[in-house]
Design a binder for this molecule. Structure first.
Ligand SMILES: [Zn+2]
Length: 452
């Protein structure tokens, strides 16, 4: 049963009833919704037991509702990789601090586990289950293994074997390696059920560009802006995209492809950098030498001093959260100033949800006026705006490759918008007409019985 993230990218959470055991994978917060709709639909379980709670990775849309789930299931052990546990300390604090901006007092009053004093209890409940290791739970009947899933540091795909059934839950995954994070590893096929993400299930022109070409284009754009005495704003997610972009820009400076100008990064992103540096030998990393702390960075000023930032006077590169310019974040505020300067550039480097300010800004035409978020007035678009794709998710061909390698009888599509899911579902059926494909509705049971 999908409790969230069924036919959208949101409060991802999936419940499996396997051999009499209840297994919950992930509990995320929806980044856009407010009120209880932003949380997984735990009530749909109607008291079904949760014996094991597994977290795939530390992004908020997979982790943010873990304290919420613990309110209904306080004693359940929570398994995650050591990297994810370390990242959770930062990410859960961030979720807790953002809740008051998104929710009414009535909702907040019903969330005692998000009090800063209560958060450590959730962290203490987390048990390491590391990449490349397995654990037999529930009296020897259910075996759970964590596979590196690419995507971000410590991210796992989860393989469940029980009662002759084999289920693989991809989590967020990418087969291609990124700069710091390696590509996914998969168990041996054939399996019975594949539950896969489908973020990039629809053909996207940007994704046909190679990463190398995109990087070249980005470096060229930054160089052109700096030459005109302008600064470059790159909205990034503090977890994952920041470390990847920072390292690639650091490479380019070292290779003499970019001049050495100040590179600004923000507080939470820097704490996450430290975790990336702490886990140099993690199985999810491409190498054990690249430290983000080796790249010289200037500290992004706090909100109230942002507009006094030196980057408005001297050419700089600013890596600011969030990637989708969500209201209240540094990139949201900076964009309002950036847009007014014709010699400045905003470079988008990832997916932007159509409901976010990032989407409006990334699709704005120079010479027009736009308004986003809760802005009271239009702002003129004078700056240059460019879009790049450095996806941390599997491309469409990679998703099909996962299906080809695992040879499941059933494919369950999750974590994609309806367009992506139906396009990818059709692609699977064209290639493997014998497979069954479903896209689960939140709160409905789907049964997969019988053997191969
Ligand atoms: Zn993710």
């Amino acid at each position: 049963m999908a409790l969230g993230g069924g036919r959208e990218i949101g409060a991802n959470s999936f419940y499996y009833s396997v051999d009499g055991q209840g297994i919950l994978i992930d509990a995320g917060l929806h980044p856009e919704k407010t009120g209880w709709a932003a949380f997984p639909a735990i009530a749909a379980l109607q008291g079904s037991p949760v014996d094991h709670f597994l977290v795939t990775h530390a992004h908020t849309d997979h982790l943010g509702a873990v304290p919420f789930v613990r309110q209904s299931y306080p004693n359940v052990p929570i398994y995650a990789t050591s990297e994810t546990i370390e990242l959770s300390k930062i990410m859960l604090q961030n979720s807790a601090s953002l809740l008051p901006k998104q929710h009414s007092q009535e909702v907040l009053d019903a969330l005692p586990n998000y009090a800063m004093t209560a958060l450590p209890e959730t962290i203490e409940r987390m048990r390491p289950l590391d990449l490349g290791t397995s654990e037999t739970v529930a009296g020897g009947n259910v075996r759970i293994s964590y596979y590196p899933s690419g995507h971000i540091l410590g991210a796992a795909g989860i393989y469940i074997e029980a009662d002759g059934q084999k289920i693989f839950h991809t989590g967020d995954t990418s087969l291609h390696a990124q700069r710091l994070v390696t590509g996914a590893q998969l168990p041996e096929g054939p399996i019975d059920v594949l539950v896969t993400e489908s973020t990039n299930g629809v053909v996207d022109a940007y994704l046909t560009h190679s990463r190398e070409k995109e990087l070249e284009r980005l470096i060229e754009t930054i160089n052109e802006t700096l030459k005109n005495e302008g600064s470059v704003l790159i909205p990034v997610f503090a977890l994952g995209k920041l470390q990847e972009m920072l390292t690639m820009i650091g490479d380019a400076v070292k290779a003499g492809k970019l001049p050495s100008v100040p590179i600004y990064t923000g507080g939470m992103g820097r704490r996450i950098n430290e975790v990336y540096d702490k886990f140099l030998t993690s199985r999810s990393r491409t190498n054990d030498v690249d430290k983000t702390s080796d790249i010289e960075q200037a500290e992004l000023p706090r909100r109230e001093f942002l507009f006094g930032g030196k980057f408005f006077r001297e050419p700089s590169i600013v890596l600011a959260a969030s990637g989708m310019m969500q209201e209240g974040t540094a990139s949201y505020f900076l964009a309002q100033r950036w847009l007014r300067h014709s010699h400045f550039t905003i470079c988008f480097v990832g997916y932007t949800d159509p409901r976010t300010p990032g989407y409006i800004v990334s699709h704005a035409q120079q010479g027009t006026r736009i308004r986003f978020g809760s802005m009271k007035r239009d702002v003129p678009v004078r700056s240059r705006i460019e879009r790049f794709r450095f996806s941390a998710h599997a491309r469409r061909e990679e998703l099909l490759e996962i299906v080809r390698r695992l040879k499941p009888r059933h494919v369950v599509l999750t974590h994609g918008d309806e367009k992506a899911m139906s396009a990818f579902g059709e692609l699977i059926l064209e290639n493997f007409p014998e497979m069954k494909v479903s896209a689960p509705e939140v709160g409905k049971w789907y049964g997969f019985n019988g053997s191969r």
